[in-house]
Design a protein around this ligand. Structure first.
Ligand SMILES: NC(=O)c1ccc[n+]([C@@H]2O[C@H](COP(=O)([O-])OP(=O)(O)OC[C@H]3O[C@@H](n4cnc5c(N)ncnc54)[C@H](O)[C@@H]3O)[C@@H](O)[C@H]2O)c1
Length: 294
């Protein structure tokens, strides 16, 4: 299958290119070049908001995986217009180009941020959507456009909502990197791991490689017009995460600092539907995933 991946220079995009290249003809667009050497020949410098570039990228393509996005919650709060421009207008541009090119399937990488504070656990796909940030709003608005393109233009879609994914390819210098990346960086420099609050808050961590594998299954499956959570289905407390990393490193100092205002207390995905529709289950345990950093 000929597949276009947007955001191929990003963390998830880099695993997607590796996963999909095995058996498919893959190309990608991004506004920066990839750091992974073998992906460099696959990525062209195109902004998803550029309709001409998007149309050219979609020409002759059978499936589009749209992973490019402005991914920072903090940046979305500082500059909601920029966030909406990339995540809503950019998605709209990719949808229009895909429909015009008669693309058979559009796989949109959304986010668990669309749910906001969980009202019940685990969080299933029908859980109410009350995003707590402009980032969550822009991802939810983009989902609505994806669904409207199915109605108005007959574009088949699968929406994937990842929970917290991680990998050694997340940018450690980014102030917006996730807790695992932050912990690993501090462990490497010999600094104590800083836990915000009591550490009993939970998250659903999944390795980016597993996320890429689920997206491959979504591209290849005959399923259409469905929205699926993507997680491990396991709730891990930040205390347990710190202890696991400490055990792998032969002991680390752990300190508690002030909790973050507005932080979600517990989050874990209901992964029943992804298993039913695609047969997907995450394979990489947190311990295996953390070992790959060290
Ligand atoms: N990291 C997580 O835990 C997480 C969780 C849920 C959902 N997601 C979603 O997964 C996707 C990938 O996230 P990631 O963590 O790999 O982020 P990332 O920042 O590593 O990758 C995103 C890529 O999009 C590119 N991009 C940004 N604006 C663009 C534009 N205008 N035109 C073309 N390319 C552009 C960036 O250059 C980057 O390479 C995003 O859609 C994100 O919203 C991430």
């Amino acid at each position: 299958m000929k597949i276009l991946v947007t955001g191929g220079s990003g963390q998830l995009g880099s695993y997607l290119l590796e996963e999909l290249c095995d058996g498919h003809e893959v190309r990608s667009i991004d506004i920066r070049m990839p750091s992974i050497e073998c992906n460099k020949r696959l990525v062209s410098n195109v902004d998803i908001r550029d309709p001409v570039g998007a149309a050219r990228a979609c020409d002759g393509v059978e499936a589009v995986v749209h992973a490019a996005a402005q991914v920072s919650v903090e940046k979305s709060i500082q500059d909601p217009r920029m966030d909406a421009d990339v995540n809503v207008i950019g998605t709209l541009s990719m949808l229009k180009a895909s429909a015009d090119a008669d693309v058979r399937k559009f796989v949109y990488i959304s986010s668990a941020a669309v749910y906001g504070d969980p009202r019940h656990l685990p969080v299933d796909e029908d859980h109410p959507k009350h995003p707590k940030s402009f980032y969550g709003v822009s991802k939810l608005a983009a989902e609505a456009y994806v669904q409207a393109f199915a109605e108005c233009r007959g574009l088949n879609y699968i929406i994937v909502r990842p929970f917290n994914f991680y990998s050694p390819r997340a940018d450690p210098k980014s102030p917006y990197s996730g807790v695992i990346t932050k912990f690993v960086e501090r462990a490497k420099e010999g600094s104590p791991l800083l836990i915000e609050g009591d550490g009993e808050q939970t998250r659903d961590f999944i390795h980016a490689k597993d996320v890429a594998r689920m997206i491959r299954m979504a591209v290849e499956s005959s399923a259409r017009d469905v929205t699926l959570n993507c997680g491990s289905g396991q709730a891990t407390s930040i205390n347990d995460l710190a202890e696991t990393l400490s055990a792998l490193r032969g002991g680390l100092r752990i300190e508690h600092v002030k909790s973050r205002v507005g932080d979600i207390r517990h989050s874990v995905s209901d992964v029943t539907l992804a298993k039913k529709v695609l047969g997907f289950q995450s394979k990489i345990t947190l311990e295996q995933g953390l070992s790959s950093f060290l």
